[in-house]
Design a binder for this molecule. Structure first.
Ligand SMILES: O=C(O)CCC(=O)C(=O)O
Ligand SMILES: [Fe+2]
Length: 234
């Protein structure tokens, strides 16, 4: 499996790829994963028991997911993305990978991502998605309006890919959704120290959610559709 090309930067350049520089640099690219890998990636995805994003640990994943993470974090892939976003040599920044298997309704409130990130990529792996806007990624013009779209929303389906440059106005979010929603997130970080800090925090959050999963779900069950959350200042 590790020899298989799962991701190919050349594939980003499709006629239906949407690249914008306004209101902030982002790209939405479809069909980024080969059909032949669906079954393996489905089988090898980590079996987290709680909702939300957790730090990547190879032990949690099967070989195809580990291979995919390897390909997502090459400097070549990063630099190709950086070229679309106007970031030179994105591959020089350390990466932090987090994965999500399921959401609860608390997730998706509008935010920018923290200043410790240079760029963020989201690769979706859900084999199906109901006919709903709930849980579909939205790049937004404002922090307080989930319906003020900067581009068509993206269903989190297998092979859909979104990446953006972290900016003070890189607003994004989605409508509340509860259930399976598979994503691999890559963040290119400003420094190694940030990576260490964020990894520690993520592990703590995994333990916390295991203990308080029910509470976590209840907390967000009826959040406002336009809710936002402030990104930590760092
Ligand atoms: O899962 C998504 O579509 C977006 C996740 C996100 O924005 C984040 O974790 O910061
Ligand atoms: Fe985000």
């Amino acid at each position: 499996m590790s020899a298989t090309v799962l991701l190919d930067p050349i594939r980003l350049d499709r006629p239906d790829t949407d690249v914008r520089q306004h209101p902030f640099p982002f790209m939405i690219a479809h069909g980024q994963l080969p059909d032949e890998a669906r079954g393996d990636l489905e089988r090898d995805f980590p079996a987290y028991t709680s909702a939300g994003f957790f730090p990547y640990d190879p032990i949690d994943c099967g070989p195809s997911v580990n291979a995919l993470v390897g390909q997502l974090t090459t400097p070549e892939f990063a630099s190709a993305i950086g070229n679309y976003l106007g970031i030179s040599d994105l591959g020089r920044y350390p990466t932090l990978i987090t994965l999500c298997r399921a959401l609860n309704k608390r997730h998706g409130t509008i935010h920018t991502d923290s200043r410790s990130k240079v760029a963020t990529a989201l690769l979706y792996l859900n084999t199906q998605w109901p006919d709903t806007s709930d849980g579909c990624l939205r790049f937004l013009n404002k922090i307080d309006n989930i319906d003020d779209l900067a581009a068509p929303e993206l269903k989190p389906l297998y092979g859909e890919f979104a990446v953006f440059k972290r900016c003070d106005n890189s607003f994004h979010g989605h409508l509340p959704y509860e259930g399976e929603r598979r994503v691999i997130q890559v963040a290119w970080l400003t420094s190694e120290e940030e990576k260490l800090r964020k990894t520690k925090r993520g592990k703590f959050s995994r333990a916390f959610k295991k203990l308080f999963g029910v509470l976590d779900r209840k907390l967000g069950a009826d959040r406002d559709r336009n809710a936002s959350h402030k990104t930590r200042p760092e």
